[in-house]
Design a protein around this ligand. Sequence first.
Ligand SMILES: [Zn+2]
Length: 142
Amino acid sequence: MPFEPAFMSRLEAFQAELAEVRAPAGWMAFRARWFTDLPWPRRTPEALAAARGDGAPWVVAGRTFRRAPLPDDLTPEARYAYFSALARGFAAMYPHDAPGTGGSAVRHHCPACELFSDEPGDPTCPGCGRPLLAMRLAPPAR
Ligand SMILES: [Zn+2]
């Protein structure tokens, strides 16, 4: 059974507080308050390999998706909630470096399905219908 982080038992409060995060201090406080049970259990190498599958891309409406299994052994819902929070945290920490800023490459990622595409297109995940999360491919310039 995948691990369920503590924040999942209070997901509504988690998401309400996350929506208020706008600045680095707010993100630091949010992280300290909600991610107290890190590190989470990891998948075994065998489970990770099984999740990776044969590595074949999945082409949907001409757009190529690849699998990118995450090392933590979490439920799809927890993965999605966690990475949504990280995206918000990134926006709070680097307000001038949003994904795509200055022509930077953007990765469109569904942590629930563990799929990503580096091509623009439909903003919803072809696997589950959740919004794809936009991530910067390169770290912010410093
Ligand atoms: Zn998905």
